[in-house]
Design a protein around this ligand. Sequence first.
Ligand code: ZN
Length: 154
Amino acid sequence: MDLKELYQDIILEHGKSPRNFGKCKNYNHQARGHNPLCGDQVHVYLKLDKEKKVEQLTFEGSGCAISIASTSIMTELVKGKSFKASMEIIDGFLNMIKGGSEVKSNDLTEDQKIKIMSLSGVKQYPMRIKCATLSWHTLISAMENKDKDVNTEI
Ligand code: ZN
């Protein structure tokens, strides 16, 4: 199996069986995101502990396989990380999708790096980039308590 096939398998699998789906108990941050171009909707629920570590991270939503897979992978990778590490992972992902280099983070395992890189193929399809980045922008909004819905077209 080559890398491209492995990446496709990861996206398909997460699109079919998203992780951390649903509303978590005792969330203290949340934000909604909408990508009108494709119809993707996401609602991110986040619990930060006293040290601002991501204790819980779940989501509800509907949309295309890329948006669901990207959100599912995001929750897996960011859950349990410190605020600073989370922001670095988010920045790294958004930079990678915009055509930058691979995501470098000391806070991700090799397995997690493969998962985040599985979304790298999306950058060849400009129409799908917003599908992949919607939930990550929505997570930033939740973490920073902006209390503002994310709309990829505004
Ligand atoms: Zn989409």
